[in-house]
Ligand binder design. Structure first.
Ligand code: 13P
Length: 344
């Protein structure tokens, strides 16, 4: 099916207390590993591309591949831009068909500057019906600034204001997790998460998922986390598998690359279980009403929410385009964005 809008699945996750899995991909093997796991677990999946990756791969060709694979896949695939710091990246991603973007704003910016820049990202993305996620506080990184993770925690008092003033769809509050941890030792401030969750109706996302203990991940979901990002665990498993392969002298490069795919698939399946994101694509499940897949959504014909023209873009910002297909919207969005940028 075409790349999916994340919103119906976020809403479903909120009602059923699971979190959508968001996993970083950058080539055929990592992409297939993630999508195969989602198909095996019958659940929607978020494939994330990290902004710095733009330097290393041809984004347009890679996203063509993702759209192609998604079109043959019977679970919803959401394409998410991870941690963008430039508005130009958001525009490029939208032109490539991403349905969700994350904007980090300038690192070290004041709250006011962050609000202003994030608002712009939201205006642009909403023109195309894409959702926007933004970080509040600062989620630190191993090897860079992990020791400061507790100092950079999000302020619950600012969460409501940030969401209301920017119009974001998903808030990623810094609650103590650290990007890139190999062990599950992050100290998570669940009380802070509870306060943030009570202060805003915005969907909430957890980053640095590799370093968080499973039982804490599940408590965080119970407190309102709707989306969880995991990468380092996948990478570590793939590296282990490649090392095993090399140490036994088995196979050539194609065999080694298969081990990357297998490593990703195994860990994504495991993480989806922990996130309780399993068997979501099931005809008995009303989530299927949002889906355009023929295979799982047998109830689609009776659904008031789905027609044959993929009306899953519901952003009011799209206005008169709301009856068109996602492809139509994307064809129009380049000129909308060009006008927007010219007039600002
Ligand atoms: P980890 O690599 O720590 O799991 O974090 C992934 C992430 O948050 C991507 O944005």
């Amino acid at each position: 099916m075409p790349l999916a809008d994340i919103r119906p699945y976020l809403e479903d996750s909120r009602r059923k207390k699971y979190a959508l899995g968001c996993f970083n991909v950058f080539d055929t093997e990592t992409l297939e590993g993630v999508i195969e796991a989602a198909v095996n677990k019958k659940t929607p999946v978020v494939c994330a591309i990290y902004e710095p990756q733009f330097k290393y791969s041809d984004l347009e060709s890679f996203t063509d591949l993702i759209k192609n694979i998604a079109s043959k896949t019977d679970v919803p695939v959401i394409l998410h831009l991870d941690h963008a710091t430039e508005l130009a990246s958001i525009i490029r991603a939208i032109k490539c068909g991403f349905t969700a973007v994350m904007f980090d704003g300038p690192v070290g910016a004041s709250f006011e500057e962050k609000v202003e820049k994030t608002k712009k990202a939201v205006e642009i993305a909403h023109l195309a019906g894409a959702t926007v996620e933004a970080e509040l506080g600062y989620i630190t990184r191993v090897g860079v600034d992990e020791k400061a993770s507790q100092e950079n925690i999000a302020d619950p008092k600012l969460a409501k204001e940030f969401v209301e003033r920017t119009g974001i769809d998903i808030l990623a509050p810094a609650i103590g997790s650290v990007h890139g941890m190999g062990e599950q030792k992050a100290t998570i401030n669940l009380e802070m998460l509870r306060q943030i969750s009570m202060s805003t109706n915005c969907y909430l996302s957890l980053h640095g998922g590799s370093g968080v203990d499973d039982s804490i991940v599940q408590q965080a979901i119970d407190l309102g986390i709707n989306k969880a990002s995991v990468y380092t665990r996948l990478s570590n498993r793939a590296i282990e598998r490649v090392k095993d392969c090399l140490s036994t002298g088995k196979g050539d490069i194609s065999v080694i690359l298969n081990e990357v795919r297998n490593g990703f698939r195994e860990v994504v399946e495991d993480r989806l279980e922990v996130l309780r994101s399993v068997n979501i694509c099931n005809p008995a499940n009303e989530t299927c009403h949002y889906c355009t897949s023929e295979k799982y959504c047998v109830s689609k014909a009776s659904s008031p929410l789905v027609s044959d023209s993929q009306p899953y873009i519901k952003s009011s910002a799209i206005g008169s385009m709301s009856n068109r297909t996602y492809e139509d919207v994307l064809n129009n969005v380049s000129s909308l964005i060009a006008d927007y940028v010219k007039n600002k």
